[in-house]
Design a protein around this ligand. Sequence first.
Ligand SMILES: [Zn+2]
Length: 375
Amino acid sequence: MSEYQICKRCVMDNVGDPNIVFDENGYCNYCSTALALKPNYPEKGDLSKVKALFDTIKEACKDDPYDCLVGVSGGLDSSYIIYLGHKFGLRMLGIHIDDGLDTELAKQNIKNLCKKAQVELINLQPDPEQYRDLTLSFFKAGVPNLAIPQDNLILGALTKAVKDYRLKYLLHGSNYSMECILQEGNSYTAADDVHIRGIQKKFSGKPIDKLPLTTTFENSILKRLRKDVIRVKPLNLMDYRFDNALQELYDFCGYEYYGAKHHESVLTRFMQCWYLPEKFAADKRKSHLSSLVITGQISREEALDRLAQPKYPSEEMKEADFNTLASFLGISRGEFDELLSQPPHSHDEYPKSVLSNKIVPFLLKIRDALCVRRR
Ligand SMILES: [Zn+2]
């Protein structure tokens, strides 16, 4: 076991992270790479690049029923995208996967936001029994990313909507400002249906034919070849800041924050606060807080203070989440606790498609290397 080491510039450390490397200054590979990719942000308040993008979209789609598609999770980034789109007059079609695990606050935020921004929302509910059974299989598999089934369904729903409504643009909330550092490892792509079907076959064997899963081939190859939708990331064209975004959303529609990233769903909150740290020694707050440090939104000292706080906001919330998940999975609380006491497993222990696992990551690495060299 190597000695504990934490980056001297951000708050990434070597706990449960075999991928982290430190240079002679004590700086880690995550923040060094993030700084190398740092874009030239417009000045605070300068939305000219966002406006230019949205004007282009409006012109290209003026004869279509909608200007663009947006995935709606209730989280801050996708919510702010909707607010921005409304501000500049985009006619947006939203898609939300309602899997029964949204927090009450998320439901309220989504409802208020979509109403105020006049977003037409498609609320998709996966087949409850098959979705429950598949999620239970992931718990039994003991892999880090329990949210793969839900993430695959949203990918599939977005792809289908693009085709059904002949949409030309997809607004994406991913951004440099709050995600320039993401811990590697302890995860796997949601696009690999071979992996999903393999886990379901091993731990249940029941059909999942009513779940419209998207396939590896569709996501890795077809979508790129067809080029039928242009994915845009408006948050990278402005000075996107956590505090400002939250305040603007609150003023716009009474949006309330969940307290931390990914706390809009009971499942992802459980993963962030208990499952990943306890089972895999992966505290994802380190990535988010390091991103805020590197983009100058908080100091390193503040990040360290926040990391010292308990991961679950309260013991009551933790108990309630555990009970909610046991009930959702259709098992007793005792059976749920028993499942959690099993040893953790890696995604590598289950079937993976060669396309998702080897070829696409290799191509993406080459692309990233070329990006760094060009800057
Ligand atoms: Zn660092």
